[in-house]
Design a binder for this molecule. Structure first.
Ligand code: SF4
Length: 219
């Protein structure tokens, strides 16, 4: 059985809002249940082992990044964490040299992929849970032609819209109680969270959590 690891980046003791991260994990399970319901009778082509959409730019909020960090620090052995740190360093260097549009039109594999599978599947962000494709050949086309902004794609529209509204409502509720509403790029934010424990302090103090991570402008 994996043993929990304590790390100053995400303390479990008061006054940390660890209960907020517990609540977030509960929300993620509900979000996935909502996604299942919204796609129940749809011809969804997504299958276990397919990671074609894991080279897209991933947006995440701070609480999602810290939930992943907490999961990793609790359950991963040190050598696996060190391997992830190396991938995150390389990912961040690459992403931080690109504009948001350049990143969005370049295939850069998520540093959380291990052997083609998500290594944090149970705590992956909402933006990953929101995507459901109806035609794998369209996913392949987008993967092979990331710069083609006119590619039709095959995202299941009704579930995407429903889940996007749920994401916005949830984030508005967190913003109303003072938490960072910035949209960060997952890999560079995760790298900062694991390298700079101050990020956690800033978030708990209701400031912008990440100073160096790539940010996605809000519409
Ligand atoms: S967090 Fe997991 S599901 Fe999301 S892009 Fe990364 S590997 Fe894929």
């Amino acid at each position: 059985m994996e043993s929990p690891t304590r790390h100053p980046a995400v303390p479990d003791t008061p006054p940390s809002p660890a209960p907020l991260l517990d609540g977030w994990e509960t929300w993620l399970a509900r979000f996935s249940a909502m996604a299942s319901e919204a796609t129940r009778n749809a011809p969804i082509a997504c299958k276990a082992g397919c990671s074609l959409c894991c080279s897209l730019r991933v947006d995440a909020w701070a609480q999602e990044v810290f939930t992943i960090v907490r999961h990793i620090l609790r359950f991963w052995p040190q050598d696996r964490i060190e391997q992830l740190r190396v991938r995150l360093q390389s990912h961040s260097s690459r992403v931080l040299s690109l504009s948001v549009l350049q990143h969005a039109t370049t295939n850069i594999p998520c540093p959380l992929l291990e052997d083609g599978r998500c290594s944090v599947y149970s705590v992956r962000p909402q933006s990953c849970r929101r995507l459901h494709a109806t035609d794998v050949s369209a996913c392949k086309y987008v993967f092979e032609h990331p710069g083609d902004l006119d590619a039709p794609g095959s995202i299941h529209g009704p579930s995407y819209e429903l889940l996007s509204r749920a994401m916005a409502d949830t984030q508005n509720a967190l913003q109303e109680i003072g938490y960072d509403p910035t949209i960060y790029e997952l890999g560079s934010a995760l790298h900062e969270a694991l390298s700079h424990p101050d990020a956690w302090s800033r978030w708990t103090n209701q400031e912008h959590a990440f100073l160096f991570a790539s940010r996605t402008p809000t519409p």
